[in-house]
Design a protein around this ligand. Structure first.
Ligand code: 26V
Length: 835
C-alpha cells in the first residue's frame, strides 16, 4: 500500500494542504533548517538527537505524534480558557476504564490534518502504516464498558460539550494474550515502557487522598495495618480528546498514585531507610494494573482502594474547579453533572457527602439534595456475579467516615420504606444498602439511592433492570429510571477504519453524515441502485484484501478473501456463547463430511477475545475453538471450504481492521444477558449482516433496519426466563438428530484427542451441568438462520442490498445520538462552543 491511498482520508479526497491549515490551530508556517517539516524534524533533533535519515519507525512515530500535539496544544488550552470564562455546566464521566486504542491516526483525522500529513509522508517517502503501528494500544479497559467511555468522549468533544473523563493511569493495561497449544496465556502489557507523547503530567494539580489505615506489601499481597492512617498522592496526567473538526479539545484526566513527598521522615531519619521506601512501593502499587475481570467482583482489597482513589482524586479536582467560579455550594448541581460508569465509582456518593458535611459545613438535608442532583448512574450488566458488594470491614478499616455516612443514608432509606410500606417488613431488607446478613455494602443500591437518574444501556436491559433486578427501588423512585441505548463513534468506527466504504457514502450523499449520522437514511433509495451496490461491494472487497494482507504480514496466516468472513469478536464468556458458534461450525463440518459435494459456500470463521485469567470455563472455550480450528484444517474434506481462525490478542486496533472486512456479525448471547453490545453496531455500520438473538441493542437494530434484513433466531428473554425450572438440555440431545450428532462428535474426542479434561468440561457446560446458557435450546434455530444466510449469500446483489439497508439505518447507533440524549435528559448540559 502506498501512502497515496492511505488510511487517513476516508471520504475526503487528497487535496493539497491549504496554506492556512496550520494557522487555524494557531501555528504559522514554521521553517526549520529550510524545511517545511519543521515540527517533525525539530522533535527528532531535540527530543532524540537524530537526523531524519537516522530515525527508525518508533522515533518517527514519536516525532509525528509530538508534532500533532504541538498543533493541537493552543486549541486545547483555548478550550479550557473558554470553559473557565463561560463557566458552563460541566459533565464529568467517572470510569475505571477507558479503552482508547491508538490516538495518532484518530487525532489526525479529527483535526482534519490528513491533506497535510499525506503530503508530508509523500515528500519524505515514509511508510504511514509502519509508523502508525508503532503506537501501542492504550488498553485501559476490559471490553464494552471501557470502549463506550472512549466513544462518549469523542462524541462530547465533537458536539462541543464541556465534558471531561476521569480515570486511572494504569501502568499495565489489559493483559497481552498469546495462544500456546490452544490455551490462553497472559503477559503483562507494559504500554508505558516508552514515553507516551499524548500525556501531559500536571503535578501542580496533585491531590492528597486519606485512608484510615496503612499498607504493606508482604509476600506479594497488600496487607492493611489498622489504626495507622495514611496518605496517597494522586498525580493527574491529561490526554487531549479532539472533537471532529478540531474546534473543541476536551481532556481525559488519568490519576497515577504516588507517595506524598512527606513520607515518613521520622522513620526515615530513625534509620528506617528501607521501611520508608517500601511504603513508597505500596503507594505506587495502587494504579499499577487494570483488573482483568469483567464478571466477578471477587473480594479484592486493591480494587477497592483503586475505586476510592479514583473517586477521591476526581471529586477533589472538580470541586476545586467549581470553587474557582462559584462560592455557593447550592449551585453545584447547576454547574456539575457526574456520570457514574457502573458502580465502580459509586463511592463518590459517600465522598461528596463527606465533603459537603465536613468541609462545606452543610446540614444533611441540603448536602443530600445537592449530592442527589449531581450524580447519575449507568448500569452495564445484570449478571449477579458482577454486581459489586464490598465487605463492611473494609469501610471500617479504610473509610470509617464514609461508612458512617453510608449507614446514615441506609437508616433514612429504611425509614422511608417502612413509612411507605408499613406491612411489608422484608422490603426494607431487600432494598437496603447494607445487606445485614452478609455485612456487605451493595454498591448498586448506593448508586441508585444517591443519584437522580439510573439508566440501562438498551431498551430491553433498562426494562429488566427496572422490572426485575432492582424492582423494589424502581417502585420507590420510578421517575429516576430511564434508558439510554448505547452508540459508537462513526469517526473511529467508519470514517477512520473503513475509508473505502466511507468514500462510497460521501460520494453518494456528501459528508454531513460524519457528524449527523441520520443522513445515512438517504442511502435507502440507493439500495436498489446497481452502481451504488457495485461500489459498496468493491469497498467490502478492498477491506477484505487489506485485512488479509495485514494478517499475512502478522504471522503468516493466509486466509481466502473469497470466502464469507463470519466473525465473533468479544470477551469470552459463557453467556456470549462462543460455544454455540462452535457447535454450529462443528455441525457444518459434519454436513460437509456427509456430503462432500454439497454447494455450501466457503467460509472463514474468525474468533477473537480474551478470557479473564481466573475464568477457567472461558479458557476451556478458547482451547476448544483452537482445537476445532486444527481438526478442520487437518481434514482434507473440509480444507478450503471451512476455516476457523482464532486471532490472539484482540484489541481496539484489531477490531478496526477486522470489522470493515466482515460479512457476518454473530451476536448470539442468551437473550436477557447482554446488556447492549456495541460491536453489533460497528458491524452494522460497516455493511455486515447480523446473525443474532433478540438481546441487547440488537433488538433495536433489527427494528430500525427491518427484521427482514436481519437473521434473528432463538428464544426471547421472556422464554428463557420462563424455562427456569423445567429446561433440560437432554431433551434436545435426544430429540434433535443434528444436535445429537454434533454433541456425540464433540464428546467422542474428535476435536480433542488425548484431552479428556476438555471433553469433561464441555459435557458439563452443555449437558451435565444443565446448560445454564441454553446453548441447546437455540441450536436448531441458529442452524436454520444460518441456512437462510447461506442462500442469501448466493445472491450477491440481494446480500449487498440488505447490507446497504442496514448501513442506512445505523445512524441511530451513533454515540452522538446517545450523548445528546444524556445531555438533554440527564445532565441538562449545553454545548459551549470554542469559536
Ligand atoms: C465488572 C467488574 C467486576 C469487578 C472486577 C472488574 C470489573 C470490570 C468490569 C465489570 C463490568 C463489566 C460490565 C460490562 O462491561 N458491561 C458491558 O457494557 C457494555 C457497554 O454498556 C455493553 O454493551 C455490554 O453489553 C455489557 O456487557
Amino acid at each position: 500500500m502506498t501512502s497515496d491511498d492511505a488510511v487517513l482520508p476516508a471520504g475526503l479526497p487528497r487535496q493539497h494542504a491549504p496554506e492556512n491549515l496550520l494557522q487555524q490551530y494557531g501555528c504559522g508556517p514554521i521553517k526549520f533548517n529550510g524545511s517545511n517539516n519543521a515540527l517533525y524534524e525539530r522533535h527528532l533533533l531535540f527530543d532524540n538527537a537524530l537526523a531524519p535519515s537516522e530515525a527508525g519507525n518508533r522515533e518517527r512515530y514519536e516525532a509525528a505524534a509530538r508534532s500533532v500535539r504541538d498543533i493541537l496544544s493552543q486549541r486545547w488550552q483555548q478550550t479550557e480558557q473558554v470553559y473557565s470564562r463561560e463557566n458552563p455546566k460541566r459533565i464529568y464521566y467517572l470510569s475505571m476504564e477507558f479503552l482508547i486504542g491508538r490516538s495518532l491516526s484518530n487525532n489526525i483525522l479529527n483535526l482534519r490534518l490528513e491533506p497535510l500529513v499525506g503530503q508530508f509522508l509523500k515528500e519524505n517517502q515514509l511508510d504511514e502504516w509502519a509508523i502508525l503501528a508503532e503506537e501501542p494500544d492504550a488498553g485501559l479497559g476490559n471490553g464494552g464498558l471501557g470502549r463506550l467511555a472512549a466513544c462518549f468522549l469523542d462524541s462530547m468533544a465533537s458536539m462541543q460539550l464541556p465534558g471531561m473523563g476521569y480515570g486511572l493511569r494504569y501502568e499495565y493495561g489489559i493483559f497481552k494474550q498469546t495462544i500456546v497449544d490452544g490455551w490462553q496465556q497472559e503477559q503483562p502489557d507494559n504500554w508505558l515502557r516508552r514515553p507516551d507523547p499524548w500525556e501531559v503530567a500536571r503535578p501542580q494539580y496533585a491531590v492528597a487522598v486519606e485512608l484510615g489505615c496503612s499498607f504493606e506489601v508482604r509476600g506479594g499481597s497488600l496487607k492493611a495495618i489498622t489504626g495507622k492512617p495514611s496518605k496517597l498522592l494522586g498525580i493527574p496526567y491529561d490526554r487531549p480528546i479532539v472533537g471532529y473538526g478540531g474546534k473543541t479539545i476536551n481532556t481525559l484526566r488519568l490519576w497515577a498514585s504516588a507517595t506524598p513527598d512527606s513520607f515518613d521522615f521520622q522513620e526515615f531519619s530513625a534509620g528506617e531507610f528501607v521501611g520508608a521506601l517500601a511504603e513508597c512501593l505500596t503507594a505506587e502499587t495502587v494504579t499499577r494494573v487494570l483488573y482483568p475481570d469483567d464478571s466477578t467482583s471477587m473480594g479484592q482489597g486493591l480494587r477497592f482502594v483503586q475505586e476510592y482513589f479514583l473517586v477521591a482524586c476526581s471529586l477533589a479536582d472538580l470541586i476545586r474547579r467549581f470553587r474557582m467560579n462559584d462560592s455557593n455550594w447550592n449551585s453545584l448541581p447547576d454547574k456539575v453533572a457526574i456520570q457514574l460508569n457502573d458502580t465502580h465509582p459509586s463511592l463518590a456518593v459517600a465522598e461528596l457527602m463527606r465533603v459537603l458535611l465536613d468541609h462545606a459545613g452543610l446540614g444533611w438535608e441540603l448536602a443530600w439534595d445537592i449530592t442527589n442532583r449531581t450524580f447519575a448512574y449507568t448500569n452495564h450488566t445484570l449478571l449477579p456475579e458482577a454486581l459489586e458488594k464490598w465487605p463492611l470491614q473494609w469501610f471500617e478499616l479504610m473509610l470509617p467516615r464514609q461508612l458512617q455516612i453510608i449507614l446514615e443514608i441506609d437508616r433514612r432509606l429504611r425509614e422511608e420504606v417502612a413509612a411507605r410500606w408499613p406491612d411489608d417488613t422484608s422490603r426494607a431488607e431487600r432494598m437496603s444498602i447494607v445487606e445485614h446478613g452478609g455485612r456487605l455494602v451493595r454498591m448498586a443500591h448506593l448508586a441508585i439511592v444517591g443519584s437522580h437518574s439510573t439508566n440501562g444501556v438498551a431498551a430491553i436491559h433498562s426494562r429488566l433492570l427496572r422490572d426485575v433486578t432492582v424492582r423494589d427501588l424502581a417502585e420507590l423512585y420510578p421517575e429516576r429510571f430511564n434508558n439510554k441505548t448505547n452508540g459508537v463513534t462513526p469517526r473511529r468506527w467508519l470514517l477512520l477504519s473503513n475509508p473505502g466504504l466511507a468514500s462510497c457514502i460521501t460520494n453518494a450523499i456528501g459528508d454531513r453524515w460524519i457528524t449527523k449520522t441520520d443522513d445515512l437514511q438517504r442511502l435507502k433509495p440507493l439500495a436498489d441502485d446497481g452502481e451504488f451496490i457495485a461500489a459498496v461491494r468493491g469497498a467490502k472487497r478492498q477491506a477484505k484484501l487489506r485485512f488479509t494482507e495485514w494478517l499475512k504480514s502478522q504471522g503468516g496466516i493466509q486466509v481466502d478473501p473469497d470466502t464469507i468472513f463470519d466473525c465473533q469478536i468479544k470477551r469470552i464468556h459463557e453467556y456470549k456463547r462462543q460455544l454455540l458458534n462452535g457447535l454450529r461450525i462443528a455441525a457444518l463440518y459434519n454436513r460437509l463430511r456427509e456430503s462432500p459435494h454439497s454447494d455450501m459456500p466457503s467460509r472463514t470463521f474468525f474468533f477473537a477475545g480474551k478470557a479473564a485469567p481466573a475464568y477457567h470455563v472461558a479458557k476451556f472455550i478458547i482451547k476448544f475453538l483452537n482445537n476445532l480450528a486444527d481438526t478442520i484444517d487437518g481434514d482434507p474434506v473440509a480444507r478450503g471450504r471451512l476455516r476457523v481462525v482464532f486471532l490472539p490478542e484482540y484489541s481496539v486496533s484489531m477490531a478496526e481492521r477486522l470489522i470493515p472486512a466482515s460479512d457476518v456479525s454473530n451476536q448470539i448471547s442468551t437473550a436477557g444477558y447482554e446488556a447492549s453490545g456495541t460491536s453489533n453496531m460497528k458491524f452494522m455500520m460497516n455493511g455486515a449482516l447480523t446473525l443474532g438473538t433478540r438481546d441487547g441493542a440488537t433488538i433495536e437494530m433489527a427494528e430500525a433496519a427491518g427484521e427482514e434484513n436481519f437473521f434473528l433466531f432463538g428464544l426471547t428473554a421472556e422464554q428463557i426466563a420462563a424455562s427456569q425450572g423445567w429446561y433440560s438440555p437432554w431433551w434436545h440431545y435426544e430429540n434433535e438428530p443434528e444436535t445429537h450428532a454434533v454433541i456425540d462428535l464433540i464428546l467422542s474426542g474428535h476435536f480433542s484427542r488425548h484431552e479428556p479434561m476438555l471433553v469433561d468440561a464441555l459435557r458439563n457446560i452443555l449437558l451435565a451441568g444443565g446448560d445454564t446458557y441454553r446453548h441447546l435450546a437455540d441450536f436448531v434455530s441458529y442452524m436454520e438462520a444460518d441456512l437462510r444466510l447461506q442462500s442469501l449469500y448466493a445472491k450477491p446483489e440481494d446480500w449487498t442490498r440488505k447490507a446497504v439497508l442496514n448501513l442506512a439505518s445505523s445512524g441511530r447507533f451513533s454515540s452522538d445520538r446517545t450523548i445528546s440524549e444524556y445531555a438533554s435528559e440527564i445532565w441538562n448540559a449545553k454545548p459551549c462552543p470554542v469559536l
